[in-house]
Design a protein around this ligand. Structure first.
Ligand SMILES: [Zn+2]
Length: 692
């Protein structure tokens, strides 16, 4: 059943979240879940189109050759650096995992755990031979549920840490995330959120359109098929009951927009509140089996879900709950169970030329290994592809960017002096993670046995859960990595006040530790500076230097910021890539402000890095020419017209070409590329916009 989310991927299945969501903004979507590998294209082509004047169309000047040579891969609607890097990282990870699996390393070592985890998921014969027997103990526990106490105890036992829950629907009845409180920055707290739906979101249960009704019918057939494989009779009626229970859970859910709204998530509950505010569940049994008996304080993100589900524990028949739990138990472990529990594809399966594009076993096994042993694979990745020298170079660049941001904040004319002070304090407290953690997760207590795919997954989950719960007794660690090094991406954490750039995003063409510094600053540097900017803009201004939910802009700051930004919105409104189809300035304004800020800050930082010395010429280009060229190349993207239209309709990022056009607001670009009155991109000095 491809409707369900890929549970095994966990950390690598971040969705791109553009809104503030409990202080975490995940920037770059990560793992290629399905799709054929694509050969890197245009790698040896410098891509410049010398027939175009830089001042007329800088994006085409920088990328014209590339745009002519590149082909959108089958099954995709666009191709860009991000996809190129994802493909490259996937290839690298695949090589590392294969090497670990075939070299038979010593028991207990990182390569042994990685290799044997992967090999076990690949060993379909062993998985088929065991059938559903590995589930026998948990199935027996479900069958033995005899009342509210044992039901609550079982549900509490499924409470697992799932980063995926940050998108507001956990794998189990509730999800948990251990992080500092919204207001208490000194203690880690359990954040509880809604969960337990098999379909991707609440609306799919409640929407009455024929398309959604059809998806629900397919889902119900899938539930029936799974229960049948598990040996149950009367599966049609059981499936209808499970779907009905899930629909009631969905009715208790907060809608997606509300679920992701931080102002509604900050609900501190005492342990004693649960019995009063959410009657139904036996909370003592629930928290005991969740390993949270001694926990006094919680943060409940969506109170309606906790209250609603708890009432369903009271009101719904035990047999309905038992079938629901059996089905979700099998679903949860589907990747390490026989093929027969994974039903046929559904309407939501992506297709190429009408053929369903299903993830193959290989992709599934690698994703499962990344999910269970993220930092173990990350260690192998870093050893091979991001040595300490690369980390040091990227850290030095980050240091220059922070310095440049500080100077820009100090010089702002729209921000009041008292707000500047707070901004600079936040910048000083800012933790920045580059490449990989300084201290890796210690996996020595996790036993991985070749041939025991199910046992490995269960032990890995228990390991992650123990580690996560142990953080409740430890001080807040602002550099707990929320992304794996091998996943190309950046994560902003507003709470705590930190940002992370994975090793896999610090690879060519964004960053080359052995390559040209000017190009690195223009590409990865501008990207990092953009992300840092979110900590100080309208996304991050509700969190202070310690990651507490506490706004630090004044109303006057906001008003002056908005009037400075309005000029950029007007500029963006004038970009019309298709007839009668123009960019919506306000929709893309927040991201475009940071594109411009990222460019300006990275340029300042690049000049700082030279320490007063002139840069060398490379291929006849000065350092600053390469800096701006690299910035424009960062955005190179080939996309179908339909993809462009969708982007203009709903994306908060401007189309690629206009992101590159941020250069027309930068005085230095005019000097470096000789853009002059009469050129299409030319703006009079007084029309150039600078916000940060
Ligand atoms: Zn952004």
């Amino acid at each position: 059943m491809t409707l369900r989310k890929k549970r095994t991927v966990r950390q690598d299945n971040f969705k791109t979240v553009g809104a503030v969501n409990a202080g975490i903004v995940l920037i770059v979507c990560a793992t290629l879940v399905a799709g054929a590998p694509v050969a890197e294209q245009g790698a040896n082509n410098d891509g410049i189109d010398h027939s175009i004047r830089p001042g007329d169309d800088f994006y085409r000047y920088a990328n014209g050759g590339w745009l002519q040579s590149v082909v959108i891969p089958p099954g995709q609607d666009s191709y860009d650096n991000r996809l190129m890097m994802r493909n490259e990282s996937a290839k690298r990870v695949s090589g590392l995992v294969h090497d670990a699996a075939s070299s038979h390393p010593a028991k207990g070592t990182i390569p042994q755990k990685v290799g044997d985890y992967y090999a076990s998921v690949m060993d379909e014969a062993a998985i088929e031979a065991k059938g559903l027997r590995p589930l026998a103990d948990q199935m027996a526990t479900i069958s033995a549920i005899s009342g509210k106490g044992s039901l609550s105890s079982y549900i509490g036992g499924t409470l697992n840490s799932e980063v995926e829950g940050l998108i507001a629907n956990a794998d189990h009845v509730f999800g948990i995330w251990i992080n500092q409180g919204f207001e208490d920055c000194d203690h880690n707290l359990p954040h509880l959120w809604q969960g337990g739906l098999g379909l991707p979101d609440r609306d799919m249960y409640l929407n009455s359109s024929p398309k959604t009704a059809d998806l629900r019918a397919k889902y119900q057939a899938h539930i029936a098929a799974v229960l049948k494989v598990a040996g149950f009779g009367d599966t049609e009626s059981r499936a209808a009951t499970v779907l009905s229970l899930e629909t009631k859970i969905a009715q208790a859910f907060a809608p997606d927009t509300e679920a992701a709204d931080v102002s509604k998530q900050n609900n501190p509950w005492k342990r004693s509140d649960f019995v009063i505010k959410a009657p139904g569940m036996n909370w003592q049994a629930f928290f005991a089996s969740a390993g949270l008996s001694g926990q006094a304080d919680f943060v409940v993100w969506q109170p309606s879900a906790v209250t609603g589900v708890s009432a369903l524990v009271q009101s719904e028949a035990l047999d309905a709950w038992k079938d629901y739990l059996r089905f979700h138990l099998i679903e949860h472990y589907a990747v390490v169970l026989p093929k027969s529990v994974v039903a046929e594809g559904s309407a939501s399966t992506p297709t190429v030329n009408g053929e369903p594009l299903m993830p193959n076993r290989e992709d599934t096994a690698i994703a499962a290994t990344n999910g269970a042993l993220g930092q173990a694979v990350g260690q192998l990745y870093a050893q091979h592809y991001f040595p300490p020298e690369a980390k040091a170079k990227a850290q030095a660049m980050a240091h220059d960017l922070i310095t440049a941001w500080g100077t820009r904040i100090s010089n702002l004319t729209w921000m009041s002096p008292q707000t500047k002070e707070k901004a600079l304090a936040k910048l000083a407290a800012f933790e920045i993670g580059i490449g990989y953690p300084d201290q890796w997760i210690d996996y020595s207590a996790l036993d991985i046995v070749r041939g025991d795919a199910f046992g490995n997954m269960r032990r890995a989950e228990a390991f992650i859960r123990r580690r996560s719960l142990s953080q409740l007794k430890q001080p807040v660690d602002p550099i707990e990595w929320p992304i794996n090094p091998q996943t190309p991406g950046a994560v902003i954490m507003f709470s705590p006040n930190a940002e992370f750039f994975s090793a896999a995003i610090l690879q060519p063409p964004y960053f080359d530790a052995n390559g040209d510094a000017a190009s690195n600053y223009g590409s990865a540097g501008a990207g990092m500076a953009h992300e840092i900017g979110h900590s100080f803009d309208e996304l991050g201004n509700i969190y202070d230097a310690h990651g507490r939910l506490r706004g630090w802009w004044t109303a006057e700051d906001l008003a002056r910021f908005k009037s400075a930004a309005a000029r950029l919105a007007i500029q963006l409104d004038a970009y019309c890539p298709l007839p009668n189809t123009c960019v919506k300035g306000h929709q893309v304004l927040g991201e475009s402000i940071n594109d411009l800020a990222g460019l300006l800050v990275a340029h300042d930082a690049y000049l700082l890095s030279l320490k007063g010395k002139p840069d060398v010429l490379i291929s006849g280009l000065t350092g600053e020419q390469r800096f701006f060229l690299s910035f424009a190349r960062r955005w190179r993207k080939m996309q179908t017209e339909a993809s462009l239209r969708t982007q203009i309709t709903s994306d908060t990022h401007a189309p690629a070409k206009y992101r590159a056009d941020a250069v027309r607001n930068v005085d230095a670009w005019y000097q470096v590329y000789g853009a002059a009155p009469g050129d299409k991109l030319y703006l009079k000095p007084e029309d150039r916009v600078t916000i940060w």
